[in-house]
Design a protein around this ligand. Structure first.
Ligand SMILES: Nc1ncnc2c1ncn2[C@@H]1O[C@H](COP(=O)(O)OP(=O)(O)OP(=O)(O)O)[C@@H](O)[C@H]1O
Length: 685
């Protein structure tokens, strides 16, 4: 079946009339609606459709694979709006369960353009992160990927047999807990290499990052609102915080670090950096919460590197067992790789060696990198435990443990693994190491869990509203029913033109479907989600980054941390189930003082539970709140709800205050909550 035939199958309902007209940016630096007393951070190519299509076929998503040649059952369903028996309806209902998947599986096997996930056994949603999210419940043994290698035209490959055969498959890409001792951590990669399981061998070796200085220090420009960061209120709580610094000079970094900072184009500290750098340099544990895109990565990397240099760190040598001084963990592969590149940049010209390891890549390759020397290990959790289990990494020298996207690292998905990590033999106790947690969101319950990882006197830094959205993102919420979403999406994307846009959907299969659909519409698109091979994921991200594919359809795997230049729009085709997720997703635009736009499709049928927190996020960020959304929020939560009132939607402050603290001003002039007896070490279980 030719492409034309495929296109003919997409039924086009009438185009709805409303397309948001993007106003001129209307960032307001006035009163921010924050009801807390805080101090300001500063006291002082694709032209025509056919080429887009061609490109789509060449690279990234579904590349080289037939968009035709589909299963008759699938084509019979025709993606018709409202066709309740069809595939479209099937996944929109979220019934992705294994039980209901048999008919879809047939369709999936031969529908090669729209790969991945049909009939996958995750109920309701294929929400995924790299590792761990779905490590319990119904997905064991149910995962199957579809096509391999981008651009190679490969045929469908199911991995489900081998995975389910291993038993206890607990992650999307790696890890099986087999039960005992240090060897209980097994990965897909390990299975393939050690031969003790039947898993497929993971052979992907990521290309080495460029070595030339220009590439290492390549950066994008700060935006027009960068200076407005200074007006954001900052609150520090905890006992005896050190004063903030105002300039890089005050950080007293060594010359090499200063050179690297200058080469990176940093001239001025962001608020989270002003407060976090002295806290970390002072040896304190830290939980820092600051808006997306405001420089949290450098806020922990710079003081750690400064300490390492101050301590006269020596170049680590080839050894079978490496003992890094710093371990950084993050929830997704792409994010940890990005952090690694930042670490490499700031440590340029020093003897500090950073190494990255993450799932979906050949374990042997990671080990070869590690044994050559490792001062800073950047890792995703599953792969980290693998490497520790293989006795390639020892923990005795760990002085700094960093959890980026810390709320995610401590939640149900990764929390148990993080707990295992800190209980690993050799890991210094929390009193003996420095533990640093960073995120843009920090729900109260997660803050309490964090106490187990942090010294009792840790400091809490809140830049702006904890869990609040970046104000440089213009947010628009549109009421769009599920059967009108595709048309609305196309309408908006045509209006946007070639500006870089991330489209978030809720499931992996929908990511594929929407990417395929956009391709049909001659909009050059690629996709990233957890069922794609790592090679494909990196290819997709690369094509998006360089502008070859201006549209990236993504699941939540791309919601956090990714720092991609020039992402001007985020579209929530599906709203996420939590407001924190929403905040992270829209934070892929409007970074580092640049402006961005986010449009979200609000489906009355499925999104009403998000109305209240959405109203709050919008009003806190001084965005227009649609009257209809307020009405839904009121009707859902009753007359007591006030969109502007601070509800219990976020942890608006350091949770220790709710129990012990009283606010006072410290010498630096910022509010400091006295917390002499902060969080007790609550039992995790
Ligand atoms: N002081 C600075 N001056 C100029 N650019 C900076 C500065 N600090 C950070 N940046 C740049 O700002 C961008 C965003 O930084 P970063 O990715 O660390 O944000 P983040 O706060 O971790 O975001 P997220 O919450 O989405 O993870 C990066 O490109 C980074 O290089």
């Amino acid at each position: 079946m030719g492409d034309e035939d495929w296109e003919a199958e997409i039924i086009k309902p009438h185009i709805s009339s409303y397309v948001p007209v993007f106003e001129k940016d209307r960032y307001s630096s006035g009163a921010n609606g924050d009801t807390f007393n805080r101090t300001p951070a500063s006291s002082s190519e694709m032209g025509d459709g056919s080429s887009r299509r061609d490109h789509f076929m060449r690279s990234g998503f579904a590349s080289g694979r037939s968009l035709g040649n589909r299963d008759p059952g699938f084509s019979n369903n025709k993606f018709e709006e409202g066709d309740s028996s069809g595939f479209w309806r099937g996944y929109q209902d979220g019934n992705d369960s294994e039980a209901s998947g048999s008919s879809r599986r047939g369709g999936r096997g031969s529908f090669r353009g729209c790969r991945g996930g049909f009939g996958r056994g995750s109920p309701n949603s294929d929400y995924e992160q790299d590792e761990g999210t779905q490590r319990s419940g119904g997905i064991f043994g149910s995962r199957r990927s579809a096509l391999s290698g981008a651009g190679n035209g490969d045929t469908f490959q199911s991995r489900s047999g081998s995975r389910s055969g291993r038993g206890g498959y607990k992650g999307l890409n790696e890890e099986v807990i087999t039960g005992s001792g240090k060897n209980s951590w097994k990965s897909e990669a390990e299975g393939g290499e050690s031969g003790d399981t039947q898993g497929p061998k993971v052979t992907y070796i990521p290309p080495p990052p460029p070595e030339d200085e220009d590439s290492i220090f390549a950066h994008y420009q700060t935006g027009i609102n960068f200076d407005k960061y200074d007006t954001i209120l900052v609150e520090v709580s905890g006992h005896d915080p050190p004063p903030a610094i105002l300039t890089f000079e005050e950080a007293n970094l060594c010359q090499t670090l200063n050179n690297n900072i200058a080469k990176a184009g940093y001239t001025k500290l962001t608020p989270v950096q002003k407060y976090s750098i002295p806290i970390i340099q002072g040896g304190r544990d830290l939980m820092a919460c600051a808006q997306t895109g405001s420089g949290k990565t450098a806020a922990f990397l710079l003081p750690i590197l400064a300490h390492m240099m101050r301590d006269g760190i020596t170049a680590s040598r080839f050894k079978e067992l490496q003992e890094p001084e710093c371990i950084i963990v993050a929830p997704t592969r792409e994010l940890i790789n990005q952090i690694y590149l930042e670490a490499r940049k700031f440590s340029f010209g020093t003897c500090v060696r950073a190494v990255v390891t993450y799932g979906g890549t050949q374990l042997g390759h990671s080990i070869r990198q590690i044994v050559q020397g490792c001062n800073i290990l950047c890792a995703t959790p599953g792969r980290l435990m693998d490497i520790i289990g293989k006795e390639k990494i020892g923990l005795r020298q760990v002085k700094y443990l960093v959890l980026d996207e810390a709320d995610r690292m401590l939640d149900m998905g990764f929390g148990p693994e993080m707990k295992k990590l800190i209980s690993c033999p050799g890991m210094p106790s929390k009193e003996q190491r420095q533990t640093l947690m960073f995120s843009a969101t920090f729900p109260e319950e997660i803050q309490r869990l964090a106490g187990e990882f942090l010294k009792a006197n840790y400091l809490f830094v809140a830049v702006g509203q904890v869990g609040g959205a970046c104000r440089d993102v213009q947010q628009t919420i549109l009421q769009v029913g599920q059967y009108s979403k595709r048309e609305k999406l196309v309408e908006i994307l045509r209006n946007i033109g070639d500006e870089r846009t991330m489209v978030f959907v809720e499931t992996k299969k929908k990511a594929d479907f929407i990417a395929t659909f956009l391709c049909q519409e001659k909009i050059s698109t690629t996709s990233i989600h957890g069922d794609r091979e790592q090679r494909e994921r990196e290819q997709a991200l690369g094509d998006f980054r360089c502008g070859k594919c201006p549209v990236l359809v993504a699941t939540s795997v791309a919601a956090r941390g990714l720092d991609i230049e020039n992402v001007q729009h985020v579209i929530n085709f599906d709203l996420p189930s939590t407001i924190d997720e929403y905040v992270h997703r829209i934070g892929r635009t409007g970074r580092c003082g640049n402006t961005g736009r986010a449009i979200s499709f609000f489906d009355l049928e499925s999104d009403s539970q998000l109305a209240q927190p959405l109203v709050k996020v919008l009003s806190d960020a001084q965005q227009d709140v649609p009257a209809w959304l307020e009405e839904i929020a009121f009707s859902t939560y009753g007359p007591g709800f006030s969109g502007n009132a601070r509800g219990n939607v976020f942890a608006s402050v350091d949770t220790r205050k709710n129990y012990h603290g009283k606010s006072s001003l410290n010498t630096a002039g910022f509010s400091s909550s006295q917390a002499p007896n902060p969080v007790d070490d609550e039992s995790w279980d």
